[in-house]
Design a protein around this ligand. Structure first.
Ligand code: PLP
Length: 425
């Protein structure tokens, strides 16, 4: 594998002595290793941070999203409107549901779900809207939530990038109905590699999530009736716990899953959350440095947040509006200068699993245009040294100048696409 001077991180948070102390303290104690007070403390700190009544931890962001989808209780004929411009885990649980999935195009400046496109798609069958705060920039939630409320639809926010962001004084995870966070190693904070959180206000959902994540099935006691006769209680191998199991078993209606966050992860989650402000500050410094380069050069534009929105800069994104393959040339120039580029994300409606369900090209023209010819994602994480940030800013400036000063790109196509007329259902 090639070694880049500046690369994407396999660890995007910083782990330090405070995290180490949290793990050491657990190991030296005689505390339970799961279901203990560290998880409660992490959840309490998280719900205080997001401003939601409940914060319930699980083992990954993917599991949080799966559980959120389960809470909807979807029926055949229901519709769920989703963004195509996200990681596949945002919507993969919908593949197993019989509800109809409708892809809603994104705004060309934010790559977040476009409320104008949403308005044309939402209707009486819409049960939920599933969106991401792309790269850590909150979506236009006031308009989206208002549209969803008007149709009785639940809004699920994938906040995997958005921890540390804010929207009109509020935190992602409290803007819609259910927030789903990830603490995977590459996210804004990590719970030792894997972890997730659900945030919401509803008490009935909290009860259900506590059951599901603890492998408690939804079921009822029925007589243990294998042979036609109740099982004899005297068989020595029938050492089930609880007297009821002697002559009865549980008939499962809906299964649970085991998704309890371990105490070591929760302890580190607490110490990581305490550092969130400084981790995000470092991301902002790097992003501001790169934005300054992009703003000096014409036919490229930054991924900037409106004044009342704070970007968490999970991803650093900029756009090339020069057409004619200029974006791909810029990618090659960056690569040749030792900068790793990973484009995020291939539009989900074009992936084979969704094409098999009838989705395909033309459904979300803005997302497609952005992926195939405009957007670029650069490394931006607290693990980058000052020297690496210098290298990155220099390589960016040189790459943009090399390509955009070139006369071959005079077919200027300066404006991001704003036409949603070609959206089809
Ligand atoms: C990382 C990520 C997830 C999945 O989280 P895991 O904890 O890795 O399962 C979901 N959505 C988005 C947008 C992500 O970036």
């Amino acid at each position: 594998m090639r070694a880049y001077e500046v690369s994407f991180a396999h660890r995007a948070s910083l782990l330090d002595d405070a995290d180490l102390a949290a793990v050491a303290e657990l190991i030296r104690s005689n505390d339970p290793l799961s279901g203990g007070h560290r998880r409660e403390a992490f959840e309490a700190a998280f719900s205080a941070y997001t401003g939601t009544r409940h914060a319930l931890s699980v083992t990954s962001g993917t599991v949080a999203l799966e559980i959120a989808i389960r809470l909807l209780g979807l029926e055949p004929g229901d519709e769920v409107i989703v963004t195509p411009q996200t990681y596949h885990a945002t919507i993969q649980a919908l593949l197993e549901q019989r509800a109809r999935v409708v892809f809603c195009d994104v705004d060309p400046r934010s790559l977040n779900m476009d409320p104008v496109a949403l308005e044309s798609l939402i209707g009486p069958r819409t049960r939920a809207v599933v969106l991401v705060h792309y790269g850590g920039m909150p979506a236009d939630m006031d308009r989206i939530v208002e549209l969803a409320r008007g149709h009785g639809a639940v809004v699920i926010e994938d906040c995997a990038h958005a921890l540390g962001a804010s929207y009109r004084g509020r935190r992602p995870g409290s803007l819609g109905d259910i927030g789903c966070f990830s603490f995977f190693a590459t996210k804004n904070i990590t719970t030792l590699g894997q972890g997730g959180m659900l945030t919401f206000d509803r008490d009935d959902w909290a009860e259900r999530v506590r059951q599901v994540r603890a492998n408690e099935v939804d079921g009822r006691f029925v007589p243990l009736d294998v042979t036609g006769d109740p099982a004899p209680a005297s068989l020595p191998w029938m050492k089930f716990h609880g007297g009821a199991y002697q002559r009865a078993c549980v008939e499962v209606f809906r299964s649970g899953t085991n998704a309890n966050m371990p105490e070591a992860a929760a302890g580190v989650g607490l110490s990581q959350l305490a550092k969130l402000g400084s981790l995000i500050e470092r991301r902002r410094q790097i992003a501001a440095r790169l934005d300054a380069v992009v703003e000096r050069i014409s036919r490229v534009r930054p991924h900037s947040a409106p004044p009342d929105v704070e970007h968490a800069h999970h991803l650093y994104t900029f756009f090339v509006d020069a057409g004619g393959g200029a974006r791909d040339q810029i990618l090659r120039e960056l690569d040749s200068r030792g900068v790793e580029v990973q484009l995020r994300y291939f539009p989900l409606h074009l992936r084979p699993e969704w094409r098999r369900q009838g989705h395909g090209p033309g459904e979300c023209p803005v997302a497609e245009d952005s992926w195939f010819s405009r957007h670029v994602n650069l490394p931006c994480h607290p693990g980058l040294s000052d020297d690496q940030v210098d290298h990155l800013a220099r390589a960016l400036e040189e790459s943009l100048t090399a390509v955009l000063a070139d006369a071959r790109h005079d077919e200027i196509d300066d404006k991001p696409r704003e036409d949603h007329g070609s959206l089809r259902r």
